[in-house]
Structures are given as C-alpha cells and as structure tokens.
Design a binder for this molecule. Sequence first.
Ligand code: ZN
Length: 661
Amino acid sequence: MAQNPKSIPFFITQNRVFLSLLIIVLFFGFSFTKISIHSSGFEELQTTSFDVGAIPIAEITIPIDVVFAGYNEDYIDLTMMNNGLRTSVYYLGVDYIWNEDNQVYDSLLDLDITLEFNFHFTTDNYETELDSFIDSHSWNSNTSALNATQLNLQESTGERQSIFYEQEGRAIDGEAVEQYLESNRGFISADPSYSIYFLNQSRFDTTDHSFEHWFEIDEVDPDSNATTDWWRLEWDNDLNPDVEFPYPCWGYQNRIFFADPYCHQWYTKWTDIWWNPDIVEGEFDYINVDLDTYLAGDTPGTPDFITHLNTYLIDYLNDIVSDVGGRGDGLLYNQRDVSSQVLFINDEAAHGYSEEDLQWIYHEEIMEDAFEYVVPQEVANITFDDTWVELSEITDLEQIVDDSKLGVAELGSYPWYRADWTYLDGVSIFYGFEAIRDSYFNTSKGDTTFTSWILLLQNVSMVAWAYGEYREFTGLGGSGNVVCYKDLNRYYATDGTTPRSGVTTLLVHELGHVLGFAHAEITNDAVEGTGGFMRDVMSYYSEGTAYFSVFLKDSLYRTSSQVVYNRNKPAIDGYRENPLHNITILAQIDQTITEGVTALQSMNYLEAFLAFRQLYELTANLEEITPTVTSPTGINLSVIVLLLPIGTFFIIQKNRRNRRQ
Ligand SMILES: [Zn+2]
C-alpha cells in the first residue's frame, strides 16, 4: 500500500506561448533519473520509490480561456500574468507496476501537461446583464465564517473548540450562475477549452465586511435528504452547530469554473491552519483574505494596486488550473466488467440498530448514477452487490476488530482520548480484512473487483498515525479494497432516530480513489484548496454530492487514453519494424491511432480512450507473426495502489511545487 504517486505533481513555470490552436502531441521522450518520493507521517507505509530509467512521456496541451467579468482591463497586466502563470504540470508514473524483485514501482509513463492561456474581457453590457441575473438569483442570508483564533488554539492545544461564527451577507445561487455562464459565454472561445471566469460581485459588500457575498450550493446528503450543517470529524459536535458552506468559486459538469475572489469563504483558511503548520506569512494571501481586503491600502490604478491585484489573481488562477485543467489522475486499462461489492458489518448487539433500521444509509442507485457518469456502459459494465452480516456472528472479523483496539498506552499523546471510548487501529483492520477478502467477496466476479467493508460500530473511532499524532478518519483504501468507518452516532441527528448522513457518498469517494482519482484539491491539500470548491465527490469541502465533475472525468480518460496507447505501443512498433507485417492490419492500427489523436485534439477524452483501447484487440494476435515482441496485456486495477482516504487521514507531501517568486 502506498501513496498515489500521481498526487505529487511537479510544476515548472515556463515562458508561455500564445497559441489559439489546440495541439496535442504524443511525444515520447526519455527520462533517466531514479526518483524516490517519501511522504511524512506514514513512512512505514508510504515510501514510494520509482525506478524510472528511460520511460516514455506523454505530452498533452490544454487550452484555458480566462474570462474577466467586472474587471478594469487597464488593471489586468497580461505580461505579468504570462510570466507568473503555471503552464506546465508534470506527473510522474501515471502508469506503473510493482516490481517485486526490486521492491520499487516501475514507472511506465509520465505525463506532461502544458496549459495554454487565452485572456478575454467581457463587455459593459454583458456585465450589466450578469449583475441583473445575479440580482434575481440571490437573497440576503447568513453563513458561517471561520474563527481563526479558535482554530489555531485547537491546533496548538488539541482541545476541541467552537471555530465558526455567523456572517451576514448576500447568498447567490451558484448553480444558476453556472447555467447562465454556460448559455452566455461573453467571449469568443477557441473551442474546445476550459473556461475560467473571474467575476466581481463586490458591489454587495460593505467596506467593514459586516455584509459580504458568496455562492450558495445545496448541500443535501443523498441518503437522508438532510441538509448538511456540520463540518467534518473533530468539529462534528455540539460546539459547532448549523455550519454553512459558502463558495467563492464553483464548477461542475460544464467545463466552466467561475471564481469571485471578492467573495466571503472560510474553507481555504481552514486548510491553511489545519493542514499547513508552516505556511509563510503573506505568501498565500489569496487563501487567507478576499481580494477587497487584500487591496484595501491601495489606490486603484497605482503601480502598487496593479502589482497586488495581478499577484493575487495569478496565485488564485494557478491554484484553480491545476485542479481543473491540469489533472493527470484516474486510471483505466482494458476492464470491461467491473464488480463493486459492499459488505456491511453491523453490530446490533452493541448499538441496537438492526439491518432494517439501517437500510436507509446506502443507495445503490446513487452509486450506479455516479459511476454511470464517470464510467459509462460503453467503457465498462459495473455491477453492484451488497451483503449484510452481524459482527457477533462472524468470529474472524470480530477477532480482527478486537485485536485492533488501541489502549491508552499505545495512543500516548492522542489529545482526545476518552476512557469510555474505543479506538481501533485503522491500518491493522485494513490489512486484517484484506487478508481474508476471498472469504467474504466473490473476487473472481468481473475482470476487476472493488471490495468495500462498512463497519457499523458505535462509540468507536478509527485512528491512524498522521501529522506526528493519531488522528481520526473515516475511510481507508488501497489495492481495490476499501474499509469505511464512521461512528454510528454520526449517521443520526442527536435524537438518535432522525437520519442525518449515510454512507453512499463515502463509498463513491473511496471507490473514486480506486479508479485512481486524487482529491478535487489535487495540488496539495495543505496549501491550495480551491479545487475543493468544485462540485465533486472527491472534494473535501463539498459534503453533499455523490457525483463526479467533468474535470475528473476528463482527467480519467485523458490520462487513461495515454496509458493504453503506451501499453500497446511496443507491440505496434515491433510489428511495424517486422518485414513480415501485414499492411492491412497495420493500416487498421494506424487508423485507430488517428481516431484517438483526433478525439484528443477536440478534447473528447472518452472517445480518445475508447479508440486507443481498441489497440488491445488489434495487438492481441501480433505476437504470432512477430514472436520477438511481447504483446501487452490488460492489468488488473488492483495495481492502482492508493492510500488517500477521506477524513483527516491524508498525506503531507514533502515535495512541494516550486513557487513563483
Ligand atoms: Zn479521499
């Protein structure tokens, strides 16, 4: 089990070239470096070594239209933007296999994504109409704001605190604005592209910030239909009631992402404090203060104002593009039949809730819908099965749970230790269950099997070592196997009977990791968080959705199309060089490759994947003619080794991207 190496992108800022034409090159270069990646916190689990001698690199170029609506064109310094924007995202080992002999991952393919920016300014008329639309799709309301002092106190003392207070202002319907922008682009796009809008609705705000504005997104748990009004884990308690989720930016399934940096929000301030103890003061201002606060001392139009404005926007944009267009995660090979099996392990004897009482916590049809979007039928047939067992009747599972109990001696400095509570070592349970997986699941069903264990226990926390201490988490996944755990108290409102949140979104999220997805906040959960504002089940912030965004779906097929092409390329190259090759077969192969490249160029990543995947069939029989060439075979998804569970169980990356000076 190891950290997903794809979650460690390297960023290289280059001089950018303006090209309105989309160019996607399947360029294969070579790299001769041996790279070791170590992540802190889980050294024993997550030391990932790559042996990357002479591995191919796939290069992809992605156009991004940046649209300013409500900004004075004279104040946007495009030269500064061009110099400051991140234009390259490099992913090591988007495909790799475990080398048993050397105990390293052999990289098979790196991915180098080039981002090309085009800038646009909307007209006054467009902005007037947008304002008018927003006037009629917004209302006065209250939301949550972060009490940074209290959160810092909790961080330093370990004592739970009340970390939110109320913020008054204007709530804008975020979903309506997305639809409006989709129908009213406000610029001529060099289609296809991703569009990133910078909006400015600061007209709603008062100078003392007592009245702010934000985008409001429905956060409803799909199992309980209850509105999400709690923040996760350590804050899901009476100290933090009625939590609200303001959004400063937003994107879903339209290849549009809009941001209003003047908005009120609290999430990236929370990530800044909770996930990043050593942040450099002033370096990440865009996640700490809104733009009007940032510009407060400057007179519009002065050199300082322009420098500050553009610096802020560049940082903001750099964060967004890596989550939206610069993704290289997700991985599919040649699977056609995928089986997802869930085992619910109930402990009615301990908490009194029967299987029948708990049926509401899981909705198979939501799982089907979520995966139908991201892995449609034409890619693979996914079937879902679930089984319920009683923990007290299954002695080997019960034994593993009992053996995983951590006492006060092992927990040592765990700040929230309670004598009346049970603490389980999540890693020990994960490996314990995984070892007997075949006894509880039909692992030969389909050509890939995902297995999920849902433990239904009460007054129990699963903990793991992270950030130099034990922390709670709710899910753990790797090798196609997932263990989900959420204390039973969190399923219900305080009355113990009103459903609050089920397990469907948790399961979709964990299975998303099994597909190879990193979190929506892909770059670095600790430093940059705007990706968390996208509507995606892989987001940490978005609590209500069970669905995937277009940005992750694109990434899945963009990356996978390169992977399947690269997997088949040696056989094709060998065949081409063989004087005995059949011209008709070779023409068929070349036609298929052309179809794939054409689809990539028009950003039809799913079609590109389907085209390149046909190469598996076309190369399957080449071996008979060219015995010196080994035909590649599809490999099981179980080689996608991940440890990116949700909860506070996450990974600090030592390899930070190079930041612009
Ligand atoms: Zn996760």
